[in-house]
Design a protein around this ligand. Structure first.
Ligand SMILES: Nc1nc2c(ncn2[C@@H]2O[C@H](COP(=O)(O)OP(=O)(O)O)[C@@H](O)[C@H]2O)c(=O)[nH]1
Ligand SMILES: [Mg+2]
Length: 201
């Protein structure tokens, strides 16, 4: 079972993946990174080290898809879930080949993931300079919503002005569930977990 976490750069995908995995009970992060040559590299890190490595203000700190395996207690049998952190999808053709490759592989994975969690930075909504949701979000939404279980996570809801942003997002994406979350404070994680559990086959 694979849950793919997607969105624009800097929306909080990496922090969400790491803290959500920790919320589900994971204590050590076993990072599996698939390089551009297709080889799989495995590293074991503490949660804090993983955050230092993967969470950053700098866009595209996450270069390739990173799968984190967790077990979710669902009834008697724990179910295995792979939460996949991905490179941010941005508009235009990126100047680095590695990033272009990673974006292409994320888009391809949208088609095969069991669940798609689409993060949008709610603190950027309504700001004139940085448009959110942006064209990329529209593309992801219109493609992913027809494939299977899909939700929008309105992240950074801990920041000021988030109530407004949330209602704008809900209005904009009518028909798609929008869950307010904070990758930082873990708000909304319970709701995300139940969404994931509901859709685990
Ligand atoms: N206040 C706040 N900051 C966040 C939240 N999620 C992520 N950030 C910050 O946003 C920046 C980008 O986060 P990161 O996880 O690297 O984003 P990614 O590029 O989508 O993987 C970092 O400085 C994070 O600390 C959140 O829910 N609340
Ligand atoms: Mg990242």
């Amino acid at each position: 079972m694979e849950a793919l976490v997607v969105g624009k750069p800097n929306v909080g995908k990496s922090l969400f993946v790491l803290n959500f995995a920790s919320y589900l009970g994971l204590r050590e992060i076993r990072l599996e990174a698939v390089g551009s040559d297709g080889r799989v590299l495995v590293r074991r890190l503490s949660l804090e080290d993983a955050k230092r490595k993967l969470v950053s203000h700098n866009a595209h700190k996450t270069m390739a898809a990173q799968g984190i395996d967790v077990e979710i207690a669902a009834g008697r049998t724990p179910r295995r879930l792979t939460i996949v952190d991905t490179v941010g999808i941005s508009e235009g053709i990126h100047h680095m080949a590695e990033i272009r490759q990673a974006m292409a592989s994320t888009l391809a994975r949208l088609g095969t993931a069991d669940i798609v969690l689409h993060l949008i930075d709610s603190s950027r909504i309504g700001h004139k300079t940085i448009e959110a949701p942006g064209a990329v979000d529209e593309e992801i939404a219109s493609y992913a919503r027809q494939l299977g279980p899909y939700i929008i996570l309105a992240n950074k809801i801990d920041k000021p002005g988030s109530a407004d942003a949330l209602s704008q997002l809900r209005e904009h994406y009518r028909g798609t569930p929008v869950i307010p979350v904070s990758a930082l404070t873990r708000r909304g994680f319970r709701e995300v977990k139940s969404f994931v559990l509901r859709h685990m086959s």
